[in-house]
Design a protein around this ligand. Sequence first.
Ligand code: SF4
Length: 365
Amino acid sequence: MNNIGLYIHVPFCLSKCPYCDFYSVKPEREATDGYKKAVIRNLKRYTQAFSDICFDTVYFGGGTPILLHEEICEILDIAGSHIAENAEITIEANPCITDADKLCSLKRFGVNRVSFGLQSANDNELKTLGRLHNAADGEWAVYLAQKAGIDNISADLMLGIPYQTQKSLDETLKAVISLPVSHISAYMLKIEPNTPFYNQKLVLPDENGYAELYLKTVNMLAENGFEQYEISNFAKENRLCRHNLKYWSCEAYIGIGPAAHSYFGGRRYYVTRDLTSFIKDEIQNEAISDDNVGGFDEWAMLKLRLTSGIDYKTAYEKYGIDRQTFEKKCRLIPKNMYISDENGIRLTPEGFLVSNTVIGILTDI
Ligand code: SF4
């Protein structure tokens, strides 16, 4: 199996943000302890079944993984000999739960990347999102990580927050750019069914408003050295997220924990969102039946999320689809939404704005 990514879903949060549909529950002692043991049990199954397994990226996502920093140190210790020397090891962190001791012990156990859910630098917007931190907490947390010796720091931002304006976004971007972060993810707020936001009458930007917020973000980040490499992701100093690149490049990764996904051996797997069953060892990775796994549609759809796009040579070698076929499809798309040259095709920020439609047209071959 060799090099592979490892994703561990940590399904605990202190409270539920009203827009979030990720799987998480309250961190009761008994549950966190049972969860840790279940993760270790699953991890050992993989390392015993594939003795040559080597995790070159490890990502603790959630939920709020930093709540379980001691358990995570133990898990990293056990995974130890199967983690590559130069592995990227990321933990997602909520600023108000971050402190110097937690970051220093995580660093000692190999964590070398922190992704902070800052979302905004505007206190009213953070309150609207139900976040437990304010803007000052966010800044403080980033500096704590830097002081702990972790210099690969990412910040998550949200676009389209109720009442967010061009001006407030401008202030958020300026504030975040001034911090020692080398990676920024900027996601559009999506109102998911079964969340409190779904049943509220929220004042949200219209289509044009979203477009302005997104294009402003892309331009301002580019002007400040953050190169866009995916629809929602920007990096400077070449600090692209190696783990997430595996998802978009159809590379193998193992997911452990309730609600985690995996992709290996040419198949996709999913663990049911049920902590109790996970702890009791009643659920395993279930194969997702999908005829298209590893097929052209999936490959092209993921590649077109990246600014590097599709290269014609690979498309032809892997799937027998040539440049002329793509160029015929391009005639159906406005010219400002893509760039096509002798090497391949990629979307522009205007194309990313309507990526579902554009990618649907380009992959309908
Ligand atoms: S902290 Fe993150 S995972 Fe937890 S509820 Fe809020 S948005 Fe969701």
